[in-house]
Design a protein around this ligand. Structure first.
Ligand SMILES: NC(=O)C1=CN([C@@H]2O[C@H](COP(=O)(O)OP(=O)(O)OC[C@H]3O[C@@H](n4cnc5c(N)ncnc54)[C@H](OP(=O)(O)O)[C@@H]3O)[C@@H](O)[C@H]2O)C=CC1
Ligand SMILES: Nc1c(N[C@@H]2O[C@H](COP(=O)(O)O)[C@@H](O)[C@H]2O)[nH]c(=O)[nH]c1=O
Length: 359
């Protein structure tokens, strides 16, 4: 299976499940507090995707005040997109348009200098689009809708995390767009990871199959860091699982020697175990890419062990070095997933380091 970004789908709906009403004006379902949260989620994404119909009806800017603007992405079969839309005219980040094959040439001419138009197949193939995004370095994709796009992503079973906000009113119009239409959705119950009240709306945050397991194992790695002896460097925990998600080994910084890194300590317990070829390593911190204590970095240990998947919570801040573990692992074809909602706990464990506030 080809690699794809981590997909976070985000929607705000009315009590009766509508994304909008039938009026010309965009319906505000989120509260001010929730719009602030959405802005932060945007800032944490590498790219935001909306369907072509959302561009036509809402004319969104899709920028973020909280951080760098993500790459903007859309999907169209008809090729009907206005070059004057704010999607194309606002923000400095790249704009990518995935179009059905017959629409590519005319659209590329129309959007020349404004966006990159990419052939998505005929009909557009979502898996091909996601593989292409991964190749372009998009590790985390936020999908903001509308209903056609949410239905497509959910029924193709490519959503890892769903942020569903429920606003306290009804729309009640038969023709208004619903959160999702009919389709064959993933079977079974999703994992409810969080509920949060934001003003008068409620956020329901769900994780799906692999993402729920990743979250659980990464939380175990984060908790392991509490075993680290007092240190002037990072306090990190790591868990290695086999392809089925069963734990093979664990480790933490300073486990046997003050110079031990968590990933290195866990890997040392497995030697050249053949199960490493299908393993995932969970680390509370991005694997190191430069170190003073020993010659081999954890990034190199992971590459040498042949581990194909890496999941971490906190990007290494520039306290000691300019960290590049994620980039090096991805360049070597490894899947790297960042789950930043566990990063606050990792920062707390490392609040002894200069410049790291214990959130
Ligand atoms: N409350 C909220 O959180 C949000 C609400 N909205 C609302 O949602 C509404 C728009 O939703 P909707 O009309 O469903 O449009 P979408 O924004 O979901 O876009 C759907 C479009 O995507 C393109 N597309 C290409 N392939 C597919 C495929 N396989 N399946 C589905 N779409 C595909 C088509 O473009 P083409 O027609 O060009 O071929 C299609 O019309 C608006 O009213 C907007 O305000 C939108 C986002 C967030
Ligand atoms: N109405 C609505 C949302 N609408 C989404 O926000 C987009 C507008 O983005 P921008 O122009 O950048 O502010 C719009 O096109 C749609 O994707 N989102 C939410 O979280 N809550 C809401 O109530």
């Amino acid at each position: 299976m080809s690699k794809r970004p981590y997909v976070l789908s985000s929607a705000a709906m009315s009590l009766d499940g509508f994304l909008d009403d039938t009026s010309q004006e965009r319906l505000l379902l989120s509260s001010p507090e929730d719009f602030e949260r959405v802005d932060q989620v945007r800032a944490g994404a590498d790219a935001i995707l909306v369907g072509a119909n959302t561009i036509r009806t809402d004319n969104p800017r899709l920028l973020s005040r909280s951080g760098p603007d993500p790459v903007k992405v859309t999907l169209t079969t008809s090729g009907k997109l206005d070059p004057g839309a704010k999607f194309f005219t606002t923000g400095d980040a790249a704009k990518l348009v995935y179009a059905a094959s017959p629409a590519v040439r005319p659209l590329a001419a129309q959007l020349d200098g404004l966006a990159t138009v990419i052939d998505a197949g005929d009909p557009p193939d979502l898996h091909r689009i996601l593989a292409d995004l991964a190749e372009r370095g998009i590790g985390r994709l936020m999908v903001e809708g509308g209903g056609g796009i949410h239905t497509l992503f959910l029924t193709e079973d490519v959503v890892d995390e769903l942020h569903l906000v429920v606003a306290p009113f009804f729309v009640g119009q038969r023709e208004a767009p619903r959160f999702v239409g009919a389709g064959r959705f993933p079977q079974g119950r999703l994992t409810l990871a969080e509920t949060r009240q934001l003003g008068d709306v409620v956020l329901l945050r769900y994780l799906t199959g692999q993402a729920a397991l990743d979250h659980r194992r990464l939380a175990e790695a984060v908790a392991l860091a509490d075993n680290c002896p007092p240190s002037t460097t990072f306090r990190v925990g790591a868990v290695i699982t086999d392809a089925a998600g069963d734990v093979l080994a664990t480790g933490y910084s300073g486990e046997h020697d003050p110079h031990d890194h968590a990933e290195e300590s866990a890997l040392a317990k497995l030697g050249d175990d053949p199960r490493l070829a299908g393993a995932t390593i969970y680390s509370s911190l991005e694997p190191c890419s430069a170190r003073a204590s020993r010659p081999v970095t954890c990034t190199q240990h992971i590459l040498d062990a042949g581990i194909p998947r890496v999941v971490f919570a906190w990007r290494e801040p520039d306290v000691f070095v300019d960290a590049q573990g994620t980039e090096l692992l991805r360049a070597a074809g490894r899947e790297v997933i960042e789950l930043p909602d566990l990063a606050a706990a990792v920062r707390r464990t490392n609040s002894h380091l200069p410049g790291v506030a214990g959130a």
